[in-house]
Design a protein around this ligand. Sequence first.
Ligand SMILES: C[S@@+](CC[C@H](N)C(=O)[O-])C[C@H]1O[C@@H](n2cnc3c(N)ncnc32)[C@H](O)[C@@H]1O
Length: 283
Amino acid sequence: MNQIQISELSSFINTNLTDNFSKRKKENILKKYLSLYLNISNSDIILNKSIPWSNINKSKLKDHLVKINEGIPIQYVIKKEFFYNYIFKVSDRVLIPRPETEELVSKIINLEKANKKLKILEIGSGSGCISITLKKELINPFITAIDISKSAIKIAENNANILNADINFLCKDFFHYSTKEKFDIIISNPPYIPLKDKKFVDKLVYKNEPYKALFVGSDPLIFYKKILNFSINYLNKNGRVYFEINNIYKDKLKKYLDLFHSDVKYEFLKDMQRKYRFLFLNF
Ligand SMILES: C[S@@+](CC[C@H](N)C(=O)[O-])C[C@H]1O[C@@H](n2cnc3c(N)ncnc32)[C@H](O)[C@@H]1O
């Protein structure tokens, strides 16, 4: 028997996933595994195609299932995630790119697609998913992307190499960052969870994803405030700032903006879950 039907493979994977996962979670893991690791599309699944056994490394599959059952996110187990139309390599040193961030990038592309040679700065670039996608999708932008984590910068540079995107990645602490350049656009999906709230964070996220990508000291808005003040000096005329936010901080951010940046036009936008997830500003 040199071939296996996708339904057989799926039921093997399913029965070897622990019942600690809900039915829905198991389905998601299965779908992600088939598509991301084995390159099996949804239509292949629907048609229940057969695939050669030789495509499946059984000892790797077993090893993956052990790790997934231990609660390690599947993206860290197979070291990849889809983002926009691309595949990004990830490790536990970078945040797993999220669908909301894909939405952020897609909104930015829609707004900026006609503009050429934009100068863009990303603060906290992680895997590089935002900057690299913008480099691929916009018309010849010049992008600088900074992150405090050396390992994150290495991973982002590797992703940029694989996807053939020329980006100036720098390992810098934003709180001590200055430059002679000015930018048309500043983008950030910064950390915002205050340390005191770590008990509310999903256990698996807390255990597996990098601390610096998630947590700030005591003020959840610290990055937003510093980036807004930075933008006053480092944006070109008519510059834009694009943030990802958590909807629980929308009102606090609004208050801060009305108090300290009352001359700047801004808009909060919702994500597909109908939660306020983005803050866009026009300086
Ligand atoms: C929420 S993650 C976002 C990663 C990526 N942009 C994304 O959307 O998937 C925040 C990133 O900010 C970085 N970071 C945290 N503190 C920083 C600082 N002081 N200066 C620069 N980057 C920082 C973290 O290392 C992490 O990669």
